[in-house]
Write a protein that binds this ligand. Sequence first.
Ligand SMILES: Cc1cc2nc3c(=O)[nH]c(=O)nc-3n(C[C@H](O)[C@H](O)[C@H](O)COP(=O)(O)OP(=O)(O)OC[C@H]3O[C@@H](n4cnc5c(N)ncnc54)[C@H](O)[C@@H]3O)c2cc1C
Length: 190
Amino acid sequence: MWDKSCVASGLSGGLIEPLESTSIHLIQSGIFKLLGMFPDSAFDQREIDEYNRMLIEEYERIRDFIILHYAATDREDSDFWNHCRTMEIPETLAEKIELWSGKARVFRNQSDLFTEDSWIAVLLGQRKFPHSHDPLVRMLPTEESASFLASIRDVVRKTAEAMPTHQQFIDQICRAKTPTTKALAAASFI
Ligand SMILES: Cc1cc2nc3c(=O)[nH]c(=O)nc-3n(C[C@H](O)[C@H](O)[C@H](O)COP(=O)(O)OP(=O)(O)OC[C@H]3O[C@@H](n4cnc5c(N)ncnc54)[C@H](O)[C@@H]3O)c2cc1C
């Protein structure tokens, strides 16, 4: 992405499919890293190499997270999903899935954009359940965990009840105007 006196940022530097929309973040991240290594006219190759190493690592961690959405599927109903389920995946992603499959461990490196919560949401959402759990969890009294989870459920329920329904929201904010008879007649003519 950085070669001699030229830095490619944004789509000119690389594109990851926008399932999780990360291009603007990568542009910003590149700008901050470039500011941290702002060159003089000598263009130190060590700094250029470090910039490229850091950005490539960031791209690859995002790539892994995007691939997870496809590779973690258990669907068998089309050639597309069969391919996704069985395709070769990067070693870095395979290691992450293996760590999760054991005791539900997710570790975030410095170059990871996505948080542990994001990884867990996709893994559980795709029904990838770990075989075991952190042994420290057994130290928690069951009643205490149950009451903590019940309080979260309660907050979610109360918040949802206080919100308008989808239809109410549309009616209040962006309801389409009822077409006039003239407009309907014109549409049926087309
Ligand atoms: C609907 C939509 C939603 C998106 N949502 C998100 C999001 O939520 N989060 C996120 O991170 N990313 C999002 N993206 C992606 C992100 O906006 C783009 O990847 C990013 O803006 C690309 O920036 P860029 O500077 O690389 O390219 P561009 O913004 O495409 O800039 C390229 C510029 O080069 C100019 N140009 C082209 N050819 C020439 C030429 N021959 N000579 C001179 N000028 C030229 C163009 O006119 C343009 O101004 C979204 C994209 C779309 C379309």
